[in-house]
Design a protein around this ligand. Structure first.
Ligand code: 13P
Length: 263
């Protein structure tokens, strides 16, 4: 446990959702919730990660929200700068459009789209060079957990990027621990299991950088209003990366409120 107060982050990963009309409604509903009972940024930082297509419109729509809601890209190119790379969006292009945050290393990118440790490290390097803040996702599969390798896998994923992060850049990184078996399955890691892993992650980070004691470590994997209070009560769980439940404004708001009130 860090012993210091770390402002929690609650970030909604909308993944390849929703259609336009539902996105408009979701944004309006979330703004309404925040208007009725706002959550100050000192209590909990709130972000959403829409599709690349919707990044700028989402950011514009939240610009007059009662609480700040920052906009996060779900991924970026492993190629930096600009050039003939059809279909790609680089760190520089995100930054140039006013997008300051990016998810890197989500297990869906690693598993479905084949992002290797090298590709993930290249993305981290590019994002940092462009001045973006990264939410770096780590997590083990069920087979890895059952064979007792969970901790090793997660710490290796952190080591994978340590060679491309300069000493002064760790403050630009937030970690999200997302056990793959808990994503979209309704199974959440127990608060004890999650806290144990978060403490190991913090220990590992602290061996790499003094910033380790103050970096936010988010939990992701079937976070819902029903389990958010218990997760928020764990000392090394400094927020949540929320998938399914972030597509419902009321659920997402309740999760953010749980972290804002517990921390
Ligand atoms: P769920 O909350 O739907 O399990 O998704 C978690 C996740 O992958 C967030 O990035």
């Amino acid at each position: 446990m860090s012993g210091l107060t770390i402002t929690p982050w609650v970030v909604g990963n909308w993944k390849m959702n929703p259609m336009q009309a539902n996105a408009q409604q979701l944004i309006q509903d979330l703004k309404q919730q925040l208007k009725q009972n706002n959550i100050p940024a000192e209590a909990c930082r709130i972000g959403v990660a829409p599709t690349t297509l919707a990044l700028l419109s989402t950011q514009a729509q939240f610009s007059d929200a009662a609480s700040e809601v920052f906009t996060v890209a779900q991924d970026l190119s492993r190629i930096a700068g600009t050039g003939a790379y059809t279909g790609e969006v680089s760190a520089e292009l995100l930054k140039d459009s006013g997008i300051e945050y990016v998810l890197i290393g989500h297990s869906e990118r690693r598993e479905i789209f084949g992002d290797s440790a090298k590709v993930v490290a290249d993305k981290v390097k590019n994002a940092l060079a462009a001045g973006l803040h990264i939410i770096y996702c780590v997590g083990e599969s069920l087979a890895q957990r059952e064979s007792g390798q969970a901790e090793q896998v997660v710490l290796e994923q952190i080591c994978d990027i340590s060679t491309v992060v300069n000493a002064d850049q760790w403050t630009h990184i937030t970690i999200a621990y997302e056990p793959i078996w808990a994503i979209g399955t309704g199974k959440t890691a127990s608060p004890e299991d999650a806290q144990n892993m978060h403490a190991k992650i913090r220990e590992g980070l602290s061996q790499i950088t003094p910033a380790g004691s103050t970096m936010a470590i988010l939990y992701g994997g079937s976070v819902k209003p029903e389990n958010a209070v218990e997760l928020a009560a764990c000392p090394d769980i400094n927020g949540a990366l929320v998938g399914g439940a972030s597509l419902n404004a009321e659920s997402f708001y309740q999760i953010a409120r749980a972290f804002a009130q517990t921390k």
